[in-house]
Design a protein around this ligand. Structure first.
Ligand SMILES: [Zn+2]
Length: 213
């Protein structure tokens, strides 16, 4: 049997380890709360993802964690076409009271970007649902990856979490990347006059655990 030189296999599977670059406390939610914002070195996709730590750190308590993918229209402008803004605020307040981390991922529009999301919105005004519109634009249903989220949590030495999510894909991807999920906690449901079809598509197309009726 050949003796493989060790350095070859090490070189093949060594990728730079994600480490904390900076931690900055910032008063947020109009002064209601204070979050510590963490930035990172060596994120594999090169995007400026970040983590906000909120609330009490209780020894022995497993932190509550939310992975939130950027939605400019929902997060910043309170768009009623989706439920992102409401979900982000719920997550911030719940994590602030229980203690944990909000992982903010720069993957707008399920990973297709803001401009393409607007193209998809345009198609939705003509009758397509969010998934049909993405396919019409030659995007897959969901391009979001949660491997960077797992890397950032590991860099913070957070390896066991309570996951605040209705999305089975997040739990599966985190588990596959070595994060142990001791409990999956459901979020609230934010039905508006404008997002019913969007939420229905989440249930029927992506198996989200939402009880709309
Ligand atoms: Zn949104």
């Amino acid at each position: 049997m050949l003796n493989q030189p060790r350095y070859i296999s090490e070189a093949l599977d060594s990728k730079p380890v994600v480490t904390v670059r900076r931690d900055v406390p910032i008063p947020i939610l109009d002064g209601y709360s204070r979050g510590v914002f963490y930035t990172f070195h060596n994120l594999p996709d090169g995007k400026e993802h970040f983590v906000v730590q909120l609330g009490p750190e209780v020894p022995g308590r497993v932190p509550l964690v939310r992975l939130h993918s950027e939605c400019m229209t929902g997060d910043v402008f309170g768009s009623q076409r989706c439920d992102c803004g409401a979900q982000l605020r719920e997550a911030l307040f719940r994590i602030n009271s229980e203690g944990g981390y909000l992982v903010y991922l720069r993957q707008e529009g399920r990973g297709i970007g803001l401009y393409a999301k607007m193209d998809a919105y345009h198609l939705q005004t003509q009758g397509m649902d969010t998934f049909e519109a993405n396919r019409h634009l030659n995007f897959e249903d969901d391009l979001r990856s949660y491997s960077c989220a797992a890397d950032m949590l590991a860099a913070l030495d957070v390896r066991r979490i309570r996951l605040l999510s209705n999305n089975p894909d997040k739990a599966e991807q985190l588990t596959a990347h070595g994060i142990s999920i001791v409990e999956q906690v459901s979020t609230g449901i934010y039905l508006t006059a404008h997002n019913e079809r969007y939420l229905e598509a989440k249930v029927t197309r992506a198996n989200h655990n939402l009880k709309l009726r």
